[in-house]
Design a protein around this ligand. Structure first.
Ligand SMILES: CC(C)(COP(=O)(O)OP(=O)(O)OC[C@H]1O[C@@H](n2cnc3c(N)ncnc32)[C@H](O)[C@@H]1OP(=O)(O)O)[C@@H](O)C(=O)NCCC(=O)NCCS
Length: 171
């Protein structure tokens, strides 16, 4: 690596870790308002034009957005494949979620920590696992946690609840 490419990479790395939303927009992604990108997330900036992040979407730490697939190209010379990724309004990617090309996360949808997404996920839903599968609606998850909050189970499991308005939620 020569000094010019080293400095260019350093600039990209620093701006990505400090101003990820600005870096995404600058790289060609469509990014809405009140979007949060956590620490150590990875997005293929060179293919960012395939990425849309709608208002209020949250990517928790270590999440990854993959926008191309070079597997066949590497093995038998088949075309490089690019795929759009859309993160819907107010969706929430838990820590260390990976989203593959050709995926869409529905609005208000939660993807559990460590999950792997390939394909389209519905709105207002909770998905977990590798590959991510539907486990409940957001309404049912909320009802469940409301019950836990007001029961002795919360204490037994060591949960604490902090009422707070999310700065990222977009109406
Ligand atoms: C997805 C999530 C919201 C579900 O919460 P929950 O109501 O507590 O879910 P439960 O504990 O009732 O789990 C329901 C089932 O899904 C499984 N599950 C829950 N979260 C999972 C995850 N992240 N990956 C794989 N499986 C998961 C549970 O093992 C359980 O499976 P079972 O029915 O076979 O026993 C939560 O687990 C989660 O991942 N939150 C994200 C946390 C995070 O990333 N925070 C970042 C802060 S910046």
């Amino acid at each position: 690596m020569n000094i010019v490419s080293f400095l260019k990479q350093l600039y990209l790395d620093i701006t990505w870790s400090m101003f990820p939303v600005w870096r995404l927009k600058k790289s060609g992604a469509k990014v809405g308002n009140n979007v949060f990108i956590g620490r150590h997330c990875y997005v293929e900036l060179e293919n960012a034009k395939f990425l849309t992040i709608e208002d209020g979407a949250v990517l928790a730490a270590y999440s990854k957005i993959i926008l191309h697939d070079s597997s066949l190209n590497n093995i038998n010379g088949f075309d490089l494949l690019y795929g759009r990724v859309i993160l819907g309004k107010n969706c929430y990617l838990g820590a260390d979620v990976t989203v593959l090309p050709g995926s869409k996360i529905g609005k208000n949808t939660i993807v559990g920590a460590g999950s792997l997404v390939k394909g389209d996920l519905n709105d207002n839903s909770v998905y977990v696992g590798r590959p991510a599968k539907f486990i409940s609606s957001v309404d049912d998850l909320t009802t469940k946690w409301q019950k836990i909050k007001h029961s002795s189970v919360a204490d037994q499991l060591g949960y604490q609840f902090l009422p707070k308005k999310s700065p990222y939620l977009v109406k």
